[in-house]
Design a protein around this ligand. Structure first.
Ligand SMILES: *[C@@H]1O[C@H](CO)[C@@H](O)[C@H](O)[C@H]1NC(C)=O
Ligand SMILES: *[C@@H]1O[C@H](CO)[C@@H](O)[C@H](O)[C@H]1NC(C)=O
Length: 254
């Protein structure tokens, strides 16, 4: 059946999404995991996990996804963040890229633990992509003119997900998170500096174009090496992914 064939392709990339639908009882709140297991970022990026702990294979799949969508994720996030900057000064740009936000305590331990870490890419991938209805679909279905195959393409659904869906662990979301981290977090200083220079005194700039150039030249989103460098976070190193290395990347003209 044609319909089935199509679904198989969608499933390839979206099986975690489907498995996490609210109807599936296979989801639990990370009441204990958040603290006891807490050995890596997954445990504070989400409220809802599967019973099965994420495996090394899940991590590797997320890295593959990150490699495929690093540029579109970087461009979309950078454009969106720049549009919210108070000004195009280096400090104000760095502020939006760092995304440090204080949240009121909710009294829900798991939620508060998640919010405590919700800054930088832990915040951006959720607020600016997942919560806005962005997801990954096979390119041939959503952008065959760009890539006519089954690799994942960033696509915005007209429907926004529920809060529970946003806060539920899925491998593709981790891919989007790492794509953000490898481009925007790892180059925050260089991006802020180059963008401030590029945007100084400018009005009516096309932020999409500016973001595209910055992602390629400064964040080096096309680099293949990044994916190979990535290693699973070692046990006990839960904070590595929210403490981006500063000062990496040299100043680049845009
Ligand atoms: C994509 O590939 C399919 C099958 O190979 C072909 O029929 C279709 O015309 C292609 N689409 C584009 C936009 O190239
Ligand atoms: C901004 O640039 C992008 C990419 O080059 C282009 O697709 C878009 O149409 C431009 N937007 C405006 C308002 O000119």
């Amino acid at each position: 059946m044609a319909v089935l064939g199509r679904w198989r392709l969608v499933l390839l990339w979206l099986w975690p999404c489907l498995a996490a639908s609210p109807k599936t009882p296979n989801v639990e709140v990370t009441e204990n995991q958040g603290y006891a297991a807490g050995q890596s970022g997954e445990y504070f990026r989400y409220k809802h996990m599967f019973y099965k702990k994420p495996t090394e294979e899940d991590f590797e799949n997320a890295q593959k996804v990150a490699q495929e969508v690093r540029c579109p994720v970087c461009v979309h996030l950078l454009r969106s963040l720049l549009s919210r900057a108070r000004s195009y000064s280096e400090d104000d740009i760095a502020d939006v890229l760092e995304g440090n936000t204080d949240y009121e305590r909710t009294g829900d331990a798991v939620e508060d633990q998640m919010l405590k870490h919700k800054k930088g890419c832990n915040k951006h991938f959720k607020d600016d992509l997942v919560a806005e209805g962005f997801m990954l679909r096979p390119c041939k279905e959503v952008a065959p003119e760009i890539k006519n195959d089954t690799s994942p393409c960033l696509w915005q659904s007209p429907e926004k997900p529920s809060k529970q869906a946003v806060d539920t662990y899925e491998v593709w979301k981790e891919g989007v998170f790492y794509a953000c981290e490898q481009s925007i977090s790892h180059h925050t200083d260089a991006l802020s500096e180059a963008l401030a220079e590029r945007l100084r005194g400018q009005r009516d700039v096309n932020l999409t174009e500016v973001a595209q150039q910055a992602c390629q030249k400064v964040a080096k989103c096309e680099s293949v090496k990044k994916a190979k460098e990535a290693k699973p976070p070692p046990a006990g190193a839960g904070s590595t992914s929210q403490a981006p290395k500063k000062g990496k990347g040299s100043k680049k003209e845009l």
